[in-house]
Write a protein that binds this ligand. Structure first.
Ligand code: LLP
Length: 385
């Protein structure tokens, strides 16, 4: 079995659990995205929610990408990491007044607005600061992203976005609002999308809506197709990067742009998931009646994805060369769902062995909690060990 290139001897000196980030892989991912979008009217805003570790944010900002934020504190984190305010977009169904003010005070690029009351509040708050702010409308395209129900967002019954039938009324409100400048439309259909056909459907929908806007005498300067590009969780060693080439080519082919029109992307997972691993120690090997449990010191407080979405993460024992043996890999948290994997083959393991839970760079560290009064996981970077 091919193993990731982990500095196991260095790891042995460290307290576990911790996140380990492969900076070389992150950089080659960022270079690939840059190469695939350069020279095109494509703008990538990294979805900060996927991983807001300051070092990771700095790396991403240094490539000139923008940031897609969903809270006032994400805007602050993005600014601190060096993202330019005019490349920061602010989305989310429930922006508080304080958070809107952070966006206004920093003259961010655009608010992605998700409801009529939000639009009205934004106009009032912008007026109070004598500012004119750019808005895009997040529209619910009613497209099935064929992904887990907790991470599909573009269907009609989701809480996100504006329904199409409200558009005429919303345009009326925007026209009457002195402090809002309409720039375009925004979508996000879901996450971990591996069937690119869903994005083709989205392009068709975007074109349809564009025609409708044009019919109203309105030109869209921005079309924002959100994020959602999935990665291969099964084979992190063989397929360490999402297929950015096919992804961007799909939009180039299916969504021809007008003059001076920009296409915005909000990729999160595909940028950071592959570069992160959660490193944990085996505490106990417990013999069950029909199976063996590997009880490790990382739990759902460090990586909640398997417990919350039944998500699969490839797991390796990186300190044993013994023959593969089946185990249930479980954490120490007092919840039956604190299970990382059931009946997987790992090199025969003993107390003290190190395991790597792979592809955990997105929605891993950033979703950690202190349930059971646990410490938050630390993070280490490949160029520092
Ligand atoms: N834009 C918007 C408006 C979003 O809601 C999201 C993710 C993104 C962009 C970035 O999507 P990505 O490229 O990362 O798929 N915690 C879940 C994923 C939740 C995604 C929420 N929205 C997980 O661990 O799978």
């Amino acid at each position: 079995m091919i193993k990731g290139k982990f500095p196991v001897e260095e790891f042995k000196q460290l307290d576990t659990p911790f996140y380990y980030y492969d900076i070389a892989l992150l950089r080659s991912t960022l270079e690939t995205i840059k190469r695939e979008t350069e020279g095109k009217p494509f703008h990538v805003h990294y979805a900060v929610k996927a991983n807001a570790n300051p070092r990771i944010l700095k790396e991403i900002a240094s490539y000139g990408f923008g940031a897609d934020c969903v809270s006032g504190n994400e805007i602050r984190a993005a600014l601190e990491a060096g993202f330019s305010p005019d490349k920061i977009v602010f989305a989310g169904v429930g922006k508080s007044d304080k958070e809107i003010q952070i966006g206004l005070d920093n003259d961010i690029c655009c608010f992605n607005v998700e409801s009529i009351p939000e639009l009205e509040v934004l106009n009032i708050l912008a007026a109070a600061k004598s500012k004119i702010t750019k808005v895009a409308l997040r529209i619910n395209p009613n497209i099935d992203a064929h992904t887990h129900k907790y991470i599909t967002t573009g269907l009609n019954e989701n809480k996100f976005g504006i329904n199409e039938q409200d558009l005429p009324r919303i345009l009326g409100i925007i026209k009457a609002s002195q402090n809002l400048q309409f720039t375009g439309i925004h979508f996000h259909i879901g996450s971990q999308i591996t069937d690119l056909k869903s994005f083709e459907d989205l392009c068709v929908k975007a074109k349809e809506l564009e025609e409708w806007f044009n019919g109203q005498g309105i030109k869209l300067s921005v079309i924002n197709v959100g994020g959602g590009l999935g990665i291969n969780y099964q084979h992190p060693n063989h397929i360490p990067m999402a297929d950015f080439e096919s992804y961007f080519r799909l939009f180039e082919k299916n969504l021809p742009l007008q003059e001076n029109q920009q296409l915005h992307f909000e990729l999160g997972r595909a940028v950071v998931a592959p570069c992160g691993s959660l490193i944990s120690r085996v505490l106990y090997v417990k013999e069950g009646i029909q199976k063996n449990f590997l009880i490790v010191d990382a739990g759902m407080t460090d990586l909640i994805r398997p417990a919350l979405y039944q998500a699969f993460h490839h797991i390796e024992n990186i300190s044993s060369d013994k023959d593969p043996t089946p185990y249930d890999v479980v954490g120490p948290i007092c919840e039956s769902s604190d299970v990382f994997a059931e009946q997987i083959l790992l090199n025969e393991s003993t107390r003290g062995d190190l395991i790597a839970i792979r592809s955990a760079g997105a929605y891993g560290e950033v979703m950690a909690s202190q349930y059971n009064c646990r410490n938050l996981p630390l993070s280490y970077f490949s160029d520092q060990l």
